[in-house]
Design a protein around this ligand. Structure first.
Ligand code: AMP
Length: 499
């Protein structure tokens, strides 16, 4: 046995003089320096009593050392749980208890608040600060590479848990490596690329999609601590590729400094984690000359589909199933539907996770015995294989017995003059079960009138799909990955139809 994930991502760069991370001030961290840090972090994990299969939780600011801790965990065979920095101590308490983590790593600033939580869960605590200082890193001797097989766990990624308890998705070494290999090849990454990285690294997008692809290609990353439009624009001229969530693209479009000349060196802009409006796609092309490549994936499955590098990048779609990924659109009983019909997307392949940690019933509900994972996303596939996502199954609105797909109503609203974007939700309704509610964000400076919107929608949408209530807002609530938080809106409009 070996440790293929470690060897493919990190081992082959050991001793390399090439730069790995380009930091905001222009300084560089080479592969050799990074590997030495990772080996010391692996040593510190072993010194803390953790061995292969044990769990370490990290709630750290994005930094080279956070990445080196993750590399160290892979080296030592320790399963890592990266946690969103926005989680409160009460939430962290749930994650470390559920995962049975033996160690919690946090920033020095949050140590006092998290120490009682770690103690209650029986976990040790140590600090890793963004500048590389902290109690964890002191004087650890490098640890050797632990042997791990393809089905051994590499990481536990907790889902955002918008319904019910957050679940720990078990990601194996083979899940991560197989997907990174496919993406690196599909998106034509090479050592000549320079990837601009402004995503968080507690989430699959910034951690596995972006970082693992760069490591496999052997290209450096411009490693920014967070998304800041000014900083991204400052570094774009040096980059050849960027991966972002749709809000990156809309915020950059808001800045007049984004021009064709600024991105003259660019090869590829990739978007995912939330739907990219076809309008954003069009505006980006008009401004920069580049067609954004949109792809679709999720925590449990890594990436499932992507628009092609060379072929047609079709706006509003998430492209074609990736090589090795089987994707079908099914009804509730799992029967495959004909092309063009909307249903639940199911996927199978080496990318699909091993199940939810300690939740065999939840796993059985969502992962079929034949290996297909029920994603909970609703969509359809065109005759030529392009997939379009129309929403989440739990967002489906059933009004008076009719199904309404929020995306269809949102697209009709977004097409109206003066509308920037919209979110459509269902709210409890005394007669209809649920009523359609539209929350609309006007274009800057535009003034929209409800009667005009109603009149326009009455032409494009069947009566049952037309909103029974319309509200205007300056912005939609979004999480750090750019996803519209429909749960927040559902809560806000819960009583709108109460009689
Ligand atoms: P997460 O597990 O946080 O990565 O969220 C995964 C969910 O994000 C998916 O199940 C989709 O609902 C959504 N998602 C990801 N990429 C896209 C995309 N390109 N278009 C629409 N929805 C997406």
């Amino acid at each position: 046995m070996a440790n293929h994930l470690h060897d493919a991502l990190f081992g082959r760069h050991e001793g390399s003089g090439a730069p790995f991370l380009i930091l905001p001030d222009g300084s560089e961290m080479g592969h050799a320096d990074f590997a030495a840090r990772a080996a010391r972090h692996a040593g510190a994990l072993v010194a803390a009593g953790l061995g292969p299969g044990d769990r370490v939780a990290l709630q750290l600011e994005k930094s080279p050392d956070m990445l080196a801790v993750i590399a160290g965990a892979i080296r030592a065979g320790v399963v890592f749980l990266p946690l969103n920095t926005a989680y409160t101590p009460a939430e962290v308490s749930y994650f470390i208890s559920d995962a049975g983590a033996g160690l919690l790593l946090c920033d020095g600033r949050s140590e006092a608040a998290l120490a009682p939580v770690a103690a209650a869960a029986g976990a040790a605590i140590a600090t890793v600060n963004a500048d590389g200082s902290g109690s964890f890193v002191r004087a650890a001797a490098p640890a050797p590479v632990a042997e791990r097989g393809p089905d051994d766990l590499a990481a536990l990624l907790y889902t955002s848990g918008t319904t019910g308890r957050s679940k720990g998705a078990m990601m194996s070494h083979a899940n991560l490596l197989s997907n990174a290999e496919v993406l690196c090849d599909y998106w034509r990454f090479t050592a000549q690329d320079v990837l601009l990285h402004a995503l968080p690294i507690f989430h699959t997008h910034g951690l596995f999609v972006a970082t693992n692809v760069a490591l496999l290609a052997g290209c450096p990353m411009i490693f920014l601590p967070k998304f800041d439009a000014g900083e991204v624009l400052r570094h774009l001229p040096r980059a050849t590729a960027m991966m972002g969530v749709p809000t990156f693209y809309t915020r950059l479009l808001d800045d007049p400094r984004l021009t064709r000349d600024l991105v003259a060196n660019m090869r590829l802009f990739i978007s995912g984690s939330a739907p990219l409006l076809a309008e954003t796609h069009r505006q980006w092309q008009a401004r920069t000359g580049h067609r954004i490549l949109e792809r679709y994936g999720m925590t449990e499955t890594n990436m499932n589909t992507s628009n092609p590098c060379e072929g047609e990048r079709r706006a509003g779609t998430v492209g074609l199933p990736l090589p090795g990924v089987e994707l079908k659109v099914c009804n509730q009983t799992g029967r495959e539907l004909p092309r063009g019909e909307t249903g639940t997307i199911e996927v199978r392949g080496p990318n699909v996770f091993k199940g939810y940690w300690n939740m065999p019933e939840k796993t059985a509900e969502e992962l079929r015995a034949d290996g297909f994972f029920i994603t909970g996303d609703l969509g359809f596939m065109d005759s030529d294989g392009y997939v379009t996502i129309v929403g989440r199954a739990k967002d489906l609105i059933i009004t008076g017995g009719f199904n309404v797909y929020p995306k269809e109503v949102e697209l009709a609203i977004d097409a109206l003059p003066g509308v920037l974007e919209s979110a459509v939700i269902g709210a409890p309704h005394p007669d209809f079960g649920e009523g359609v509610v539209a929350v609309i964000v006007p274009d800057p400076g535009a003034s929209l009138e409800e009667p005009a919107i109603r009149a326009a929608l009455s032409v494009t949408l069947a009566r049952f799909k037309q909103p029974k209530a319309i509200a205007f807002r300056a912005a939609l609530p979004r999480n750090t990955m750019g996803k519209v938080q429909k749960t927040v809106l559902r809560e806000e409009f819960r009583d709108i139809f109460a009689s």
